[in-house]
Design a protein around this ligand. Sequence first.
Ligand SMILES: Nc1ncnc2c1ncn2[C@@H]1O[C@H](COP(=O)(O)OP(=O)(O)OP(=O)(O)O)[C@@H](O)[C@H]1O
Ligand SMILES: [Mg+2]
Length: 374
Amino acid sequence: MNEINMSAIVSAQAPKAVEIVGLSKVFGSVVGVANVSLDIRKGEFITLLGPSGCGKSTLLSMIAGFVTPSEGAILVDGEDVTTVEPHRRDVGMVFQSYALFPHMNVFENIAFGLKMRKQSAERIGQEVRRVIAMMKLEGFEHRRVRQLSGGQQQRVALARAIVIRPKVLLLDEPLSALDKNLRTQMQVELSELHRATGLTTIFVTHDQGEALSLSDRIVVMNRGEVQQVARPIDLYRTPANGFVASFVGEINALPATDFKVDGGEIALAFGDEVRLTTPLRPEWSFTPGESVRAFIRPEHVRRALPGEDGPNVLHGRVATHIYQGAHTITRTEVASVGLIEMRTTGSDIVAKHPVGSMMALAIDLDEAILLGGE
Ligand SMILES: Nc1ncnc2c1ncn2[C@@H]1O[C@H](COP(=O)(O)OP(=O)(O)OP(=O)(O)O)[C@@H](O)[C@H]1O
Ligand SMILES: [Mg+2]
């Protein structure tokens, strides 16, 4: 916890590497990016996370200079680059499809940005060798792009982006074409690359697990708009709204039919039968008649102990088990509430509580998120 707080303090004091001010992009009648403002600190690893079509690539392409904003400004290192050409911006970009030059070999692909910048042959040789070593591509210099595996192509794309010693590295879903094992391996390598170079990195993904594990901060987007900007732990524990709660991690969204505040407690009603109660928190101030939803992570639901009853123990019928190796996800149908997902370690539960049997669930509301309105 301390360590996380320390790094947050350091990054909050670091100078701004990129400032995005009221940035929008409209394509005809489609709003790609809507009025985004964001400061990115030097050395930060920040991730744009959101569903397909939410504007991640458009935002990144505007920072790189490949898409012209409809409104707003972009500053890199304090300098307004909104109308500056891409190759004069000091940003390196890896595209969603690696976009390597098929007619060039590995060396030529990596050297391209330096040639564009009119560097000497000697300097180009030095710099390309530096990143080839860094990206573990020794021996591949003369291979054609099509003679490389997906992971190797990905490394070439990264090498090509960092060889120009950019002020900012932009990565648009660089791992999406890789299989799961290679993807996990490249996540570690990306982390190490970031640590070794200290490069300010803006990473795009629609994979929330990847975002949570790699980022200093995450920007959650939906329909062109920023929903929340927060550290992974804060995003997971205190999502700002229903979209963020549901998009980041697995969660049960349970809409209450009514609620009552009494003696420092809030009681949520689901129909006439079911109640969930928990101590009221200062951030919860709902107005009478407001629709309140309880968001509960599957890891905060467990099997009730034999004979355990009382508030926050719900009875339901097991609907499905999804075996996932180290743990099992079980969905139980609770009348007036709906399906509740629970995560348990191992696979005991599959035999002990077969599909169709009744099961009692104990809900831990200490970590629950209650959101009103919407
Ligand atoms: N050149 C374009 N012309 C018209 N519409 C576009 C163009 N580029 C993007 N859009 C639209 O803008 C919106 C945002 O697109 P964008 O590519 O930024 O999404 P994304 O978040 O990167 O999605 P994905 O995860 O699928 O890559 C989408 O509705 C898309 O159809
Ligand atoms: Mg995209």
